[in-house]
Design a protein around this ligand. Structure first.
Ligand SMILES: [Zn+2]
Length: 406
């Protein structure tokens, strides 16, 4: 069938070329004809060929001491990362770039990321990344849509440690404060789950986050960053990038649960795990990751890269928040359930370098819980409960965030 399709394509090109002088074929069209001819040769030889991977977009986020580069690709293929002085080279064998001119190069004057360039060299594609100083890199891939995510952190020069601390204390915007990044789920064109009375998850999560921000700021010990302050769309990989850039001490993504079973109800809190705790956890993660997510799509990701080894702290934070939240919801709705702390592969938590959890406040698809979520007094109780969980976690943290100068 592929042979026939290719043959038809060739015919069409030949026919269209026949109508006009062949000299009017553009350079690109001639290249395409050559590629198709090569492809036919390969098929004749019986070699198995995978469809070629193309890089179709480069996105990036940078702050003074952190950068994230996302390569949008047509399909996931093998790639190698090489650290090279104050730069990193990402090599994608047999991949091609669809980027032309300005799109293929990014230049920044400020920030840790200085330059990104996509260059074709022979059969492979090379993405060269220049940093302000020597950096270490961590990378992982996400499917649906396929993308390669690269995180960059500066390498601390030996002997400069003390000076670094002093400098940071002097210039840190929030010396001695615990930095909390709150992530109201969904937003903009992504409403999240919608209840029977039309309540949209994106509004509930934003209301809770705003209220919680107020409580944490009033406390005085916290510095709070919201990934979104308004009803805007934000990619999942940008949310964790904001937390990494803010050097957050914790990352809390706020959501409401949903189920096809309208009687499903209760409170649960998640941390990252490659394998989901149960069927419900997996279905939930797939929904939160986007409709296109398929089971098994993330098998190539190394476990230690998921949350860069903050599992134990994430578990403590999740337990603390979940207990506090369940207590508060139960006071308002006696029939609610404690679904507990679970694990699932939530993309929004991938690559976060601090304790990170995802809270599923209630079921927006349960009419009783939806009615509660529409009430401002309930939103306040939920925010207070999460605040209580955060405070308990911080006060019990042995590593003593305050004493460490954070
Ligand atoms: Zn959600």
């Amino acid at each position: 069938l592929r042979l026939i399709l290719l043959f038809v394509t060739i015919l069409l090109i030949v026919v269209s070329a026949g109508k006009t002088p062949s000299s009017t074929l553009t350079e690109e069209q001639r290249e395409r004809v050559k590629e198709i001819e090569k492809e036919i040769e390969r098929l004749k030889l019986g070699k198995k060929t995978h469809p070629r991977a193309y890089v179709k977009g480069i996105r990036y986020y940078t702050s003074g001491e952190y950068a994230r580069v996302v390569l949008d690709v047509t399909r996931l293929s093998e790639y190698r990362v090489k650290e090279d002085g104050a730069g990193v080279r990402v090599i994608l064998p047999s991949a091609r770039s669809l980027l032309r001119g300005k799109d293929a190069t990014i230049r920044e004057k400020k920030g840790f990321l200085r330059e990104v360039r996509a260059l074709s060299s022979g059969e492979s594609l090379e993405v060269r990344i220049a940093l302000a100083s020597r950096g270490r890199v961590k990378s992982f891939t996400l499917p649906d849509p396929p993308r390669i995510v690269l995180d960059f952190y500066p390498v601390e020069e030996k002997g400069k440690g003390r000076e670094g601390v002093v400098t940071r204390r002097k210039f840190d915007k929030n010396p001695g404060k615990v930095v909390v990044v709150l992530d109201p789920g969904h937003g903009g064109r992504d409403p999240g789950a919608v209840g029977r009375y039309g309540t949209k998850e994106k509004w509930v999560t934003l209301k809770i986050a705003r209220k919680l921000k107020g409580l944490l700021q009033k406390d005085g010990r916290f510095s709070v960053v919201l990934t979104r302050e308004r009803d805007v769309y934000l990619s999942l990989e940008k949310r964790a990038a904001i937390a990494n850039a803010a050097k957050a001490d914790m990352f809390i993504s706020i959501h409401t649960n949903a189920s096809r079973r309208r009687w499903a109800r209760g409170v649960s809190t998640y941390l990252l795990g490659r394998k989901a705790t149960d069927r419900d956890a997996l279905e939930l993660a797939m929904r939160e990751n986007g409709e296109m997510a398929k089971e098994g799509g993330i098998s190539t990701i190394l476990l230690d890269l998921l949350n860069y080894g903050k599992e134990r702290e994430s578990l403590r934070l999740a337990k603390s928040i979940n207990d506090s939240l369940y207590g508060a919801v139960k006071r308002r709705s006696r029939r609610t359930r404690n679904l507990g702390v679970k694990r699932a592969p939530f993309y929004v938590l991938f690559g976060s370098s601090m304790p990170a959890v995802l809270v599923e406040v209630c079921f927006i698809t349960n009419p009783t819980e939806e009615k509660l979520l529409r009430r401002d007094s309930f939103i306040t109780s939920v925010a207070r409960a999460i605040y209580g969980g955060i405070v308990e976690y911080v006060e019990k943290t042995r590593t003593a965030l305050y004493e460490a100068g954070r």
